[in-house]
Write a protein that binds this ligand. Sequence first.
Ligand SMILES: C[S@@+](CC[C@H](N)C(=O)[O-])C[C@H]1O[C@@H](n2cnc3c(N)ncnc32)[C@H](O)[C@@H]1O
Length: 270
Amino acid sequence: MNEKPDRWVAGGAYERFMGRWSRRVAKEFLDWLTPPAYWTWLEVGCGTGALTHAICLHAGPASVIACDPSPGFVSFARRLFPHPALTVMLGGVDELPRSDGGFDAVVSGLVLNFLSSPAEPVRSMKSRLRPGGMLAAYVWDYAEGMEFLRIFWEAAAGLDSGAAVLDERERFPLCHRDTLVDLLESEGLVRVDSRALETDMLFTDFDSYWVPFLGGTGPAPSYVGSLHPAAREQLRLRLRERLVPLEDGPIQLTARAWAVRGFRMDDRAT
Ligand SMILES: C[S@@+](CC[C@H](N)C(=O)[O-])C[C@H]1O[C@@H](n2cnc3c(N)ncnc32)[C@H](O)[C@@H]1O
């Protein structure tokens, strides 16, 4: 797992904090990939199963093997949607399963930035593809596209100078469109392209924004969990002032992820 204090433990807490948004982005990602039916899929870092679920529902797969090193997330994903084509396994990117002849697609949602060095994981994912197979992934645009986290970290850094180094914008330089494209090209993938995946984030009220930060799973909730109760309350009040609801109640923000895909060279075709 990563060396930073990101905790990936409780499936329910992750779902309330991030899973509810990552499920929407997963569907957009698949719409972009438009994969043929009956493909064999390997998913790296499936978490609670946002992308896994979308593949099973929308891609008509022959098989899906989804892996994650968090026992809590793996059991959550297994319980949530048993599917005849799906196997959910415990394991990280350094111990990926193999398939005879290789998988048609190896994918990963919101994971690459959490791996200590992304080149080795991409190499390992590529090695599990059949010739001509597709490697595709997406990560949040932490620098400019994740309004709900931008607002959070700006408030946190205003109160605590130690918070700035934990901000995903600083921690994850990989999360830029060009950097992702360069990464896949430098690992020898061909026909690499990318796009933005966007979704609205609608919070019914301030509590539906704030309470999921108390779940302790993921970078920002891990930070909130590390605060003394008085400091946590100060942060809550600062955010309460900052987040202005629309006239009829909800708070509307936007989220953007960068998606990238490339293909393993098919030597048989040349
Ligand atoms: C932000 S979550 C994304 C989960 C899910 N893919 C989604 O879209 O909601 C990051 C995931 O990366 C996983 N992860 C962390 N280190 C990993 C590693 N070395 N190999 C594979 N997955 C890892 C975590 O367990 C966690 O499930």
